[in-house]
Design a binder for this molecule. Structure first.
Ligand SMILES: *Cc1c(COP(=O)(O)O)cnc(C)c1O
Length: 320
């Protein structure tokens, strides 16, 4: 079907294990009480870049040729993949250029520069930023890294679910936030092998439903991107993860941005966790699910909340 495989995930786990320790997965009684089920939180917010995407970058960097290292990497991102590629390029001794839409948070652009990469601001959406990154890579003779369509990146992201299901083999469901779908596709690859009866549920903002629409139709679809949460702010589906999700994802929920904000607040009060919006989307999905499992996991994919997001959860907390 595609060049994705469980063997690829195991290989990525070896590579990543040499660089990054496994992330914790905790249960919080206050979160159980609020959701009405037993919830394991997988903490990708504690990664060195503040988000799970560093796994994809480290996995990718291990497979670069000497020529690719010399020439360097170009990619597009709203911020967390940018930090991942910058981190990976630094590890590989390669230069990196990241194209970020003008709407992406400045804090993430700043963090990307601090990792040694060049940031180019271009385009209003991820779709436009990706197109520009492709042409920039051709112009400068650098390796274009697709944010969604790289097998090594999907395999790297899948290692979250290897750690999770090895430690918690009896989960009934795993909620995964979706932007391009690389994480959700990786979850399906591992689930099929280790826990076939566990459901994998994708969650996306209703204000940016490109991956959801693509999952429904089975083709790459575009959709308007109006979510304020950068990690899930994509405007078109990605072919490689779509092929896996269309066949194997059990369900896909849309939540609105206010529900995501409430989930951020719940993470802060019930699980001592600062999640960025995208990092709380899985929890928002669980809260919105009419089919609530008894034992499930939510992946807190990132903690890079910007000042506006933090102010907004503060304002919500003051209200109630
Ligand atoms: C990128 C990102 C997502 C979405 O992941 P995909 O693999 O693109 O679907 C979710 N949460 C955070 C914090 C992200 O950075």
């Amino acid at each position: 079907m595609s060049n994705l495989s469980f063997a690829g995930v195991l290989h990525a786990a070896d590579v990543i294990g040499a660089e990054l320790p496994p992330t914790p997965s905790w249960n919080y009684p206050a979160l159980d009480a609020a959701t009405g089920c037993q919830v394991v939180v997988k903490h990708e917010n504690v990664q060195p870049t503040g988000a799970f995407k560093v796994r994809g970058g480290v996995s990718l960097s291990a497979g670069l040729t000497a020529e690719e290292r010399r020439a360097g990497l170009v990619s597009a991102s709203t911020g967390n993949h940018a930090q991942s590629v910058a981190y990976a390029a630094r590890l590989a001794g390669a230069p990196a250029v990241l194209v970020m839409p003008v709407t992406a948070p400045e804090a993430k652009a700043h963090a990307t520069r601090l990792l040694g990469a060049e940031v180019v601001r271009h385009g209003a959406t991820m779709g436009e930023a990706c197109d520009f990154a492709v042409s920039l890579a051709a112009e400068r003779g650098m390796r274009y890294v697709s944010p969604g369509d790289e097998p090594a990146v999907v395999h790297g992201h899948a290692t979250i679910y290897l750690e999770l299901l090895q430690r918690h083999p009896d989960l009934e469901a795993i909620y995964v936030p979706v932007g391009s779908g690389s994480g959700a596709a990786g979850a399906c690859l591992v689930r099929d092998e280790l826990a076939p009866s566990c459901r994998v549920v994708g969650v996306q903002s209703a204000a940016a439903p490109a991956a959801y629409n693509s999952w429904r139709s089975g083709r790459v679809e575009q959709a308007e991107c109006r979510t304020r949460f950068s990690g899930v702010a994509t405007s078109r589906g990605s072919q490689l993860p779509l092929a896996v999700m269309h066949e194997r994802l059990d369900d896909f929920l849309l939540v609105d941005d206010d529900e995501i904000l409430s989930a951020m607040r719940l993470f802060s009060t019930a699980a001592h966790t600062l999640a960025e919006g995208a990092g709380a989307a899985a929890l928002a999905g669980l809260l919105a699910d009419t089919r609530r499992p008894q034992r499930c996991a939510v992946v807190c994919t990132g903690g890079n909340a910007d000042a506006g997001e933090i102010a907004d959860i503060g304002a919500l907390a003051a209200v109630g």
